[in-house]
Write a protein that binds this ligand. Structure first.
Ligand SMILES: [Zn+2]
Length: 424
C-alpha cells in the first residue's frame, strides 16, 4: 500500500464530520490537487470520549459513501505502541508507531556495537545534497545519537512486526513518530534514526520528528521561524539521502504533527516541498471539534447555550482537562474570560473569541485552547450534545469544510492565501 504524495490527517473526535471534511478535500481535487484523507484518532481520544477504533472506520465509510469518494482514504492508529496497538489492528490501515517514550533507554551491548559498527563509514564529514555545510559526524555525535535513539527504533521494529504479522501483507502504511520527545531532533540525529529504521527493515512511508519550537494544540507556531525553515529543509535533504543510501521506501516523506493551525509556517513549508518536489503528510489535531463548537455557537438558541455550557464546565474542570495535554497546551488562566461573562455573550462574541482568526481583536488563544481540551465535557453531555450536533448541521459543516480548505489546504498544499474563511 502506497500513500499519496500529499496527505492530511483529519481528526474527527465525535465522528459526525467526515463528510464535511471530505468535501474540503474534494474541493482541492477539483482544483487539481490530490490529497489523501487520513482519519486519525489516538488511544487517548478514544479513552476520553468512550469510542473504539472501529467507530472511526464506520464514520469514515459513511463519509466516503455520502461524498461518493472513490480515491484512497486511510484510518490512522495514531500514536500507538505495543500496549495499545491491538484494538486498532483490524479497522486501521495506517499506523503511527510512537516510540518517544523509549528514547534514551539502553539498547544493549550487542545491538549498540553492531549499529556503531555499521555507522562507522559515515564518520567524519558527510556531504548531503541540499545541505550547505557537511554534517560533522563525530564519534561523540554517533555515540550520543545511538544512546538516545537506537532502543526506540528497535521498539518501533517490534511494533511494526506485530502489526505486519497480524495484518498479513502489505496492506497498511507505517509511520514512525518521535514528535512527543522532550527535545527536537537535529538533522544529524534524524540521519541516524533513519539509518536504524532501515536496518530494522521497517518500510516507513512517513516520519514525524520533533521540530524546533512549540507546536501547541490549536494555535499558531511559537518559536524561531527561520530556524524552523532551515531545519525543515535540512530534514528534507536528509530524507532524500536516506532513501537513496539506506534503501528506505522511495516516497518516504515528512509527517508534521502540527497540533493544528501552524499557519505562520505554511508558506515556507509549501515553498520547501515545491522546490524539492517532496511529499508531505500534515497531521492536524482535533480542531474539527472546535469548528463544531463554533457552529453550535453560531446557530444561536440551544446551540449557543450548549457551547457556553461546554466552556463553563471546562473552566470549572481546568486542571483535570488540561492534565493529559500538559506539554501541548499553554493556557494563562488570567486571560480566560469568567464564565458569568461568557454566559452573557452573543453568538458573534463567542465565535469571534474561539475562531482562529489572528486578525480579529477578540480572538482569545487561551479560550480556544481550553475548549480544545474540553471535549470530555461534551462527551459527558451525551445526547444533549449530539442532538445539537445534528440540529446545527448546516452551520457546523460549513465551518468544518471552510476551516480545512481555506486555512490549511490552500496555504499549505496550494501556496495560496486563505481567501478569508467566513467571519460571520
Ligand atoms: Zn504527534
Amino acid at each position: 500500500m502506497k500513500l499519496e504524495k500529499y496527505s492530511i490527517g483529519i481528526g474527527d473526535r465525535f465522528g459526525f464530520e467526515g463528510a464535511a471534511q471530505l468535501r474540503a478535500i474534494q474541493k482541492a481535487a477539483a482544483d487539481g490537487v490530490r490529497i489523501a484523507p487520513v482519519w486519525n484518532k489516538s488511544n487517548r481520544e478514544h479513552v476520553i470520549i468512550g469510542t473504539v477504533p472501529e467507530d472511526v472506520r464506520i464514520a469514515a465509510e459513511a463519509a466516503v459513501r455520502a461524498c461518493s469518494w472513490t480515491d484512497s482514504y486511510y484510518l490512522d492508529a495514531d500514536h500507538i505502541n505495543l500496549s495499545t496497538v491491538d484494538a486498532f489492528l483490524k479497522p486501521c490501515n495506517f499506523f503511527t508507531i510512537d516510540v518517544a517514550d523509549y528514547i534514551g533507554k539502553p539498547a544493549g551491548q550487542q545491538a549498540t556495537a553492531s549499529f556503531l559498527d555499521a555507522m562507522a563509514r559515515y564518520k567524519g564529514k558527510v556531504q548531503i545534497p541540499g545541505i550547505e555545510a557537511p554534517l560533522q559526524m563525530t564519534d561523540r555525535l554517533l555515540a550520543e545519537s545511538t544512546e538516545k535513539y537506537l532502543y526506540a527504533v528497535l521498539e518501533a521494529g517490534r511494533i511494526y512486526r506485530r502489526i505486519a504479522e497480524k495484518k498479513k501483507g502489505d496492506n497498511f502504511i507505517t509511520e514512525v513518530s518521535v514528535d512527543e520527545a522532550n527535545d527536537p531532533q537535529t538533522p544529524a540525529e534524524l540521519f541516524f534514526i533513519l539509518a536504524a529504521i532501515a536496518r530494522e527493515e521497517i518500510p516507513i512511508q512517513t516520519i514525524a520528528p520533533k521540530f524546533t519550537g512549540s507546536f501547541l494544540k490549536g494555535i499558531d507556531y511559537i518559536g524561531d521561524k527561520q530556524q524552523f525553515a532551515r531545519e525543515f529543509q535540512d530534514d528534507l535533504a536528509v530524507i532524500d539521502f536516506a532513501v537513496k543510501n539506506f534503501g528506505l521506501p522511495r516516497d518516504l516523506k515528512l509527517s508534521i504533527h502540527s497540533g493544528s493551525d501552524k499557519f505562520s509556517l505554511y508558506p515556507m513549508v509549501h515553498q520547501a516541498i515545491k522546490r524539492t518536489d517532496a511529499g508531505l503528510h500534515l497531521k492536524t489535531a482535533g480542531t474539527t471539534w472546535l469548528e463544531e463548537v463554533i457552529g453550535l455557537a453560531a446557530s444561536g438558541g440551544t446551540g449557543l447555550q450548549v457551547a457556553k455550557q461546554i466552556y463553563v464546565d471546562s473552566f470549572a474542570r481546568f486542571d483535570e482537562l488540561c492534565k493529559p495535554y500538559l506539554t501541548v497546551v499553554n493556557i494563562d488562566m488570567r486571560e480566560l474570560p469568567q464564565p458569568r461573562e461568557v454566559t452573557d455573550w452573543s453568538s458573534e462574541q463567542f465565535v469571534r473569541a474561539l475562531r482562529h482568526d489572528q486578525l480579529c481583536k477578540e480572538f482569545n488563544p487561551h479560550f480556544r485552547q481550553l475548549i480544545h481540551v474540553g471535549y470530555k465535557v461534551a462527551a459527558e453531555m451525551g445526547d444533549r450534545f449530539t442532538t445539537m450536533l445534528r440540529e446545527c448541521r448546516e452551520a457546523i459543516e460549513k465551518n468544518v469544510s471552510e476551516n480545512i480548505y481555506e486555512r490549511h489546504i490552500l496555504p499549505l498544499f496550494m501556496g495560496k492565501k486563505s481567501a478569508g474563511a467566513s467571519r460571520s
